[in-house]
Design a protein around this ligand. Structure first.
Ligand code: C2E
Ligand code: MG
Ligand code: MG
Length: 586
């Protein structure tokens, strides 16, 4: 019915007209013909039928029509047409019944014979209007409540409401001792969708995700959107055929189907963390936190999968998350810098190049070495942007040194296996060389021996493309990875760096001496340059030199230096790496 009824008000009068004469309905119809348009019903059954087929602003019910003068008739009318207000007339002497009627949902009531026709007509008009106002108020309250408890983009329950529902579910579960499950659902790499297809398409995907989530779960399950690309699902009852694992797997499959947005197909997967009451928490915030931790475990396990929460995860995952967060901030705040360790050509008597080593100027802890950066960066994939930054910054330094000081240094940059296995890595290097203006032959890419052994086709393709560009390839920590000599022969490599482990005891351990000698000979035999790392003493230097290895790097000559320090040494007449060289046999 309309909120604000226009005149005339259509009134259904339910009264017994069998006694003959003018009925109340007839009389009312005459009082204000422009204001009231009256239809009559002689029984409740007839009234119900008319209410169903016609549209009325109000009903006037003579309680005497039912014979027993009870309030059942009122209840039937209210149930059949809850939007149509009912005004009730009681028989003389039944004032109490008239009052009771109001308590049972009548809009107003009066006793026959106590009010004038005009007063009754006014009561009806006011009653209908009051009802319309109340209905509107109720609707806007409902709307407000909906907006406050739901996410405006997807229409799903929001975080606040989800907490509320979760708490009620918890209270029930505590009483019934029945388990229930909570899913923490995070979309995988959703930012990429926003970045490539735009925000609007991203929003559409989120709406479709919400629809699939709702469609895949049972009506008794609650689905909420709790972050930009995060959702939570509560399964108040878990049974054998609606167990968390099975439901999560079905959900993953549904979500992984292609999405059609802006005339394009795209794919989004999700990672689901599962926490089960009471095993994984007895409080709402603990369950949610543990669900989230499990979700991160699912992401770390390769995404597009579900993972149950397990006690041990918390510390490990939280530490890792914290570390990852710090690294991300470090990138944003440009807190990384490079140090350079000179590589000495002992035969030529001077510096030939430098190895580039990553450092993090952490505002809290000072200078942090790569041991704390690289493993997390590799695990999280942050090594890709960090590695690219290292390459670019290194090339820029090299170009600056050759322009300003006229020193053409060979720069060795460490590259992790994850970078090499990335499609198009050689193109990234080519672009950086092009943009910085460094000649390809002045760049050495250091990769560890194990990296070559453990990875597949893409790595080999990257190495070959790098080589075609003219970049040199160096195997780092050589001797520790058990490369077969046959493999070595077929690898696109220019240089072997003999690992510090063999150099350390060179002069005291006969086996290490023999291995180092053999490694140098092998490099030579394969037409590769040999360089020894971690040279700390003059004895080590002399031994290596005597056995045909003239390129060395180590604390004996110099520790890794900040760019400025290396610049001033390059300008100096007597750089620190010259002193040990005086000790060589001529
Ligand atoms: P690495 O490539 O084998 O680098 C040599 C490491 O040995 C450096 O440690 C260097 O400071 C240290 N070192 C050099 N001479 C001596 C010496 O005479 N005695 C001793 N005891 N140590 C010496 P650092 O800077 O801590 O780097 C550790 C490792 O981190 C590097 O080993 C390299 O594998 C990795 N790394 C460094 N920078 C990067 C980078 O930008 N990207 C990647 N992927 N890895 C990097
Ligand atoms: Mg290295
Ligand atoms: Mg090394």
């Amino acid at each position: 019915m309309d909120e604000n009824p226009a005149l005339p008000i259509k009134l259904l009068v339910v009264e017994d007209g069998s006694a003959g004469g003018e009925t109340l309905g007839d009389s009312l119809g005459r009082v204000d013909p422009g204001d009231l348009e009256v239809a009559g019903a002689a029984s409740i059954a007839e009234a119900l039928s008319k209410l169903e087929h016609g549209s009325f602003h109000g009903t006037l019910l003579d309680l005497a029509v039912t014979g027993d003068e009870g309030l059942d008739a009122l209840a039937s009318l209210r149930t059949a047409a809850p939007d149509v207000p009912v005004i009730v007339m009681a028989e003389p002497g039944r004032a109490q019944l008239a009052l009771d009627a109001i308590r049972h949902g009548a809009q107003d009531s009066f006793v026959r014979g106590e009010s004038s026709l005009r007063a009754i007509a006014r009561m009806i008009r006011n009653g209908v209007e009051r009802h319309a106002m109340m209905a509107e108020l109720f609707r806007s309250r409902e709307r407000e409540h909906f907006l406050a408890t739901h996410d405006s983009l997807t229409g799903l329950v929001n975080r606040l409401e989800f907490h509320q529902l979760l708490r009620s579910c918890l209270a029930r579960a505590v009483r019934s001792r029945e388990p229930f499950a909570l899913f923490f659902v995070g979309l995988d790499r959703f930012k990429k969708i926003n970045a490539t297809l735009g925000r609007r398409a991203g929003d559409e995907v989120l709406q479709q995700v919400a629809e699939r989530l709702t469609a895949s779960m049972r009506t008794s399950d609650v689905v909420a959107r709790v972050g930009s690309d995060e959702f939570m699902v509560m399964l108040p009852t878990v049974t054998r055929d609606h167990g968390p694992a099975r439901a999560a797997q079905a959900l993953l499959e549904k979500l992984a189907e292609p999405y059609r947005v802006a005339e394009r197909k795209c794919w989004v997967t999700a990672s689901i963390g599962i926490a089960v009451f009471p095993r994984d928490g007895k409080k709402a915030d603990v369950l949610i936190r543990n669900g989230e931790t499990a979700m991160y475990a699912a992401k770390a396990g390769g995404a597009n999968r579900y993972h149950y929460y397990a006690e041990y995860m918390n510390k490990v995952t939280l530490d890792r998350l914290e570390a990852e967060k710090r690294l991300r901030t470090a990138i944003e705040r440009e807190e990384f810098c490079l140090h350079f360790q000179p590589q000495i050509d002992v035969a030529a008597g001077g510096i030939a190049g430098a190895e580039v080593l990553l450092r993090w100027q952490d505002p809290d802890r000072g200078l942090v070495g790569p041991g704390e950066i690289i493993p997390i960066a590799e695990e999280t994939g942050l090594i890709i942007p960090i590695g690219e930054w290292v390459l670019r910054a290194a090339c820029e330094h090299a170009v600056r040194w050759s322009r300003r000081r006229g020193r053409d240094l060979q720069l060795a940059v460490n590259v992790s296996s994850r970078q090499l296995a990335q499609k198009g890595f050689a193109d990234v290097v080519a672009r950086i060389l092009d943009e910085t203006g460094l000649e390809a032959s002045r760049l050495d890419v250091e990769i560890t021996e194990s990296c070559i052994l453990e990875t597949g086709g893409l790595t080999m393709a990257s190495l070959k493309s790098l080589r075609r560009l003219g970049v040199r390839i160096s195997i780092d920590d050589f001797g520790t990875g058990y490369s077969s000599l046959v493999a070595l022969k077929h690898l696109p490599v220019d240089e072997l760096k003999i690992d510090r482990a063999f150099i350390r005891n060179l002069t005291s351990d006969e086996a290490d001496a023999a291995i180092s000698k053999a490694l140098v000979a092998m490099a030579k035999g394969c037409g590769l340059k040999a360089i020894a790392e971690g040279v700390e003493t003059r004895d080590q230097m002399r031994f290596l030199y005597a056995n045909g290895c003239s390129h060395m790097q180590g604390y004996l000559f110099s520790k890794p230096l900040a760019a400025d320090a290396l610049t001033s040494h390059l300008e100096s007449e007597d750089p620190p790496w010259n002193a040990p060289l005086e000790d060589l046999p001529v």
